[in-house]
Design a protein around this ligand. Structure first.
Ligand SMILES: [Fe+2]
Length: 255
């Protein structure tokens, strides 16, 4: 029978094959359980039936399935330096058949399987693709919100090499302005070129603007990690002013 314990057990057996002393592996194991938990909380708050709440949990448990192979093969979480981990995870699950480690065949119909695959492939994309069904949009948003909430925790709590921000000391003219424009427009920052440490942090803060559901904003606020990472000390007066603007915009948005 496919239930939460079966899925957790299969996840444990799968991740046992990777090196738990690697902080990147243990971080993603913790992250997975928390995203699954967040997804359930969101789904419950949205009034979904038990079937939908269970599905949100399962998607949370599977959303970063590709992370473990990504770290093993490339030693990094940075997709643009390695591979799109969402596509890799979906390929491993649905092309190589790992989904059957988690589900009994009679418990997963084709429609639900296609839904899980789509949600995994889209969980890390800047925006959702056009033409999705209402149900696809709903579950994509549940997982994307659940993921973002825990990313704030990881950024606040975990030290690891890939997490260190900033590839460059100065960025091209206008790059800072276009990032600050995203702050004013309350949207995520598109990934283009190398960025300074401050710009990387701004793009992380901006993820909060795309929390879709009121419960997600509530969970992010209660968890406190976003507030914690906003306490960073800026390097100069300009950054100080920009950070003040970000704090104001976020406080307004999360209200
Ligand atoms: Fe992910």
């Amino acid at each position: 029978m496919t239930d939460r314990n079966r899925i957790k057990k299969a996840f444990g057996e799968y991740t046992d094959k990777y090196d738990p002393s690697d902080v990147k592996i243990s971080l993603k194991i913790d992250h997975t359980y928390r995203v699954a938990e967040n997804a359930e909380l969101i789904a419950k708050d949205l009034g979904l039936e038990e079937e939908g709440v269970f599905l949100a949990f399962a998607m949370g448990m599977l959303h970063d399935f590709g992370r473990f192979e990504q770290v093993k093969r490339y030693g990094t979480f940075i997709d643009r330096k390695s591979i799109d981990h969402a596509e890799l995870g979906a390929d491993l699950l649905f092309q190589d058949g790992h989904i059957w480690d988690f589900f009994d065949e009679e418990d997963l119909d084709m429609e639900t399987s296609a839904l899980i695959e789509k949600v995994i492939r889209l969980h890390n994309k800047l925006t959702l693709t056009e033409g999705l069904s209402e149900k696809e949009i709903l579950f994509c948003n549940i997982i994307r919100d659940a993921d973002k909430i825990d990313i704030f925790r990881v950024l606040a709590e975990v030290e690891y090499e890939d997490g260190k921000a900033g590839e460059t000391k100065t960025s091209p003219d206008g790059a800072r302005d276009s990032i600050m424009q995203c702050v004013r427009e309350h949207r995520c920052v598109p990934r283009i070129g190398d960025r300074t440490e401050f710009e990387v942090w701004v793009s992380r803060y901006c993820m909060a603007f795309e929390l879709v559901f009121p419960i997600s904003r509530k969970l992010a606020k209660e968890q406190g990690c976003l507030a914690q990472i906003l306490e960073r000390q800026p390097q100069n007066v300009i950054e100080q002013e920009q950070l003040a603007l970000i704090r104001t915009e976020l406080a307004y948005f999360l209200q």
